[in-house]
Design a protein around this ligand. Structure first.
Ligand code: UGA
Length: 443
C-alpha cells in the first residue's frame, strides 16, 4: 500500500520504517529540512536499537522516502498518518497545534478518498477536531472529497521500539467507518499473521485506551514506589515484597520495579494530560493526581539520601553518576530522573562526574559546558576524584561492577542505588555503604 507519515519523531520514523519493511511504499514528511536531508543520507536522529538498518535498507530499496513536500506526501498516501508531537502546554494539556496544522494541510491538498490516521497520543475528541479541520479546508476550496479519520494509537517503548512495532501485542483501530477499518485491517494484516491482534472500537475509546494504558503503567510504578517508601520506614526490603506480590498472576512481575521515579516523553505528560481531560469534564481524578505526586517526590529521593549521608554538607563534594538517560537503551533525557538529581546537587554546591553509554551528547546539548559537570567516557573514569557513586539508569553495563575497585576509587565509599541493581550485602562486604530504594537500610 501507499502510506504517508507526517512527523519523523520516534513514533513516525519507527512506524514508517516498519511499514516499509512489510513491503509498503512509505513517504515520511517533516517540516525540518535538515532532518529530512540527514535521513536521506541514512543518518538517524535518535539512538534506537535496530532502527538504522531498516531505515537504510528500505530507503536504498526505494520503499521508504523522506520529503518536506506536504502536497507530494498527501497525493502519495492512501493512508496518511499524523505522528507529529503533542507537547504539553502550560496547564499540562496536550498542545494540538501541530496535529491540527497537519490536518489543515491535508484538507488543502487531498483529492481522493484518504484514510487519515491519528498515531500521536491525543486527547479524547481529537479525531473529531481533525475531521472538522480537514472538512473546513475542503469547504474553503469548495471541494468534496471523501475521507475518514481513525484513531490508531501507538504502544511502542523507546529502546524496544522496532520490536514493539513489528510484533505488537495489540493493534487498536478506532473508527466508526467500515471502509476505513477495512483499509487498516489490510495494512496491518502482515502484523497479524499468527494470531489476530486487532481490536476495533470507536474513535474516543481508542483515544482513551492510549491514556489508560500509560496511566495504568505509571500507577504500577508509583504504587511500588509508595510501597518502597513504607518498606524503608518499617525495616522491610521492597525487592522481596516485589517478588512476593509478582508471583500472583493478577499482579505479575512486570513493571513493578521501584526506583528513582518514572521519566520519558510519555508517562509524565500523559498522566497530566489525562488528569486535565478529567477535570475539563468535571471529574477530579484523584488517583492520577496521587500517581503524579508520588513520582514527583520519588525523583528527589536519591538527592535526599545523598544529602542525609553528608549531613546536608554537599558543597565541594563530587558525585559520580552512572546513567543519564531516562531508561536504558535510549539517549532520551526527557524528564529523566538524572536531571532532577544533578540539578539538586549543583544547587547544593556539589560537582557531578557522569557516565552514560549513549546520552552524553544529549546531556551536553541540554546543559552545555559547566564547571560542575564532567561527562566521562567510562564508568570507572567517572569515579576518579569522586566521593560517592549514584546510579540512576539500569544499563546492563552497570549490573555487575567490581565493588572492590569502586571502593578503592571513592573517597567516601558509598553507593546510592537508584534502581536497586545490587545485593546490599555484596556491596557492604566489599566495604562500601549501600543505599537503595525501599530496602529497609536507607533510613
Ligand atoms: C511508555 C510505555 O511503556 C509504552 O507502552 C508507550 O507506548 C510509550 O510510553 C508511549 O506512550 O509512547 P517509554 O516511555 O518508552 O514507554 O518507557 P517505559 O519503558 O515505559 O519506561 C518509562 C519510565 O518508567 C522509565 O523512566 C523507567 O525507568 C520507569 N520504570 C519502568 C520504573 O521506574 N519501573 C518499572 O517497573 C518500569
Amino acid at each position: 500500500m501507499k502510506v504517508t507519515i507526517f512527523g519523523t519523531g520516534y513514533v513516525g520514523l519507527v512506524t514508517g520504517a516498519c511499514l516499509a519493511e512489510m513491503g509498503n511504499h512509505v513517504v515520511c514528511v517533516d517540516i525540518d529540512a535538515g532532518k529530512v536531508a540527514r535521513l536521506k543520507q541514512g543518518e538517524i536522529p535518535i539512538f534506537e536499537p535496530g532502527l538504522e538498518p531498516i531505515v537504510k535498507r528500505n530507503h536504498e530499496s526505494g520503499q521508504l522516502d523522506f520529503t518536506t513536500d506536504a502536497a507530494l506526501g498527501i497525493s502519495h498516501g492512501q493512508v496518511v498518518f499524523i505522528a507529529v508531537g503533542t507537547p504539553p502546554d502550560e496547564d499540562g494539556s496536550a498542545d494540538l497545534k501541530y496535529v491540527l496544522s497537519v490536518a489543515r494541510t491535508i484538507g488543502q491538498h487531498v483529492d481522493r478518498y484518504t484514510v487519515v490516521v491519528n498515531k500521536s497520543t491525543v486527547p479524547v475528541g481529537t479525531a473529531d477536531r481533525v475531521r472538522e479541520a480537514i472538512a473546513d479546508e475542503l469547504a474553503k476550496r469548495g471541494a468534496s472529497v471523501e475521507f475518514d479519520v481513525v484513531s490508531n494509537p501507538e504502544f511502542l517503548k523507546e529502546g524496544d521500539a522496532v520490536e514493539d512495532c513489528l510484533r505488537p501485542d495489540r493493534i487498536v483501530i478506532g473508527s466508526s467507518s467500515e471502509r476505513a477499518v477495512a483499509v487498516l485491517r489490510k495494512l496491518y494484516a502482515p502484523f497479524n499473521r499468527n494470531h489476530e491482534r486487532t481490536v476495533v472500537m470507536d474513535e474516543r475509546s481508542a483515544e482513551l485506551t492510549k491514556y489508560a494504558a500509560n496511566a495504568m503503567l505509571a500507577t504500577k510504578i508509583s504504587f511500588m514506589n509508595e510501597i518502597a517508601n513504607i518498606a524503608e520506614r518499617v525495616g522491610a526490603d521492597v525487592e522481596l515484597v516485589r517478588q512476593g506480590i509478582g508471583s500472583d498472576p493478577r499482579i505479575g512481575y512486570h513493571f513493578i520495579y521501584p526506583g528513582a521515579g518514572y521519566g520519558g516523553s510519555c508517562f509524565p505528560k500523559d498522566v497530566q494530560a489525562l488528569e486535565r481531560t478529567a477535570r475539563s469534564v468535571g471529574y477530579d481524578a484523584r488517583l492520577l493526581g496521587a500517581v503524579e505526586a508520588v513520582n514527583h517526590d520519588q525523583k528527589t529521593k536519591l538527592f535526599d539520601l545523598i544529602a542525609r549521608h553528608f549531613d546536608g554538607q554537599l558543597a565541594g563534594k563530587t558525585i559520580a553518576l552512572w546513567g543519564l538517560a531516562f531508561k536504558p537503551n535510549t539517549d532520551d533525557m526527557r524528564e529523566a530522573s538524572s536531571r532532577n538529581l544533578m540539578e539538586a546537587l549543583w544547587k547544593a554546591g556539589a560537582k557531578v562526574r557522569a557516565y552514560d553509554p549513549e546520552a552524553r551528547t544529549e546531556t551536553h546539548r541540554i546543559y552545555g559546558d559547566r564547571d560542575d559537570l564532567v561527562l566521562c567516557s567510562g564508568g570507572y573514569q567517572a569515579l576518579e576524584g569522586a566521593d560517592v557513586l549514584a546510579i540512576v539508569t539500569e544499563w546492563k553495563a552497570f549490573r555487575s561492577p567490581d565493588f572492590n575497585r569502586i571502593r578503592g576509587m571513592l573517597a567516601e565509599p558509598a553507593i546510592f542505588d537508584g534502581r536497586n541493581l545490587y545485593d546490599p550485602s555484596a556491596v557492604e562486604e566489599a566495604g562500601l555503604a549501600y543505599y537503595g530504594i525501599g530496602r529497609g537500610r536507607s533510613l
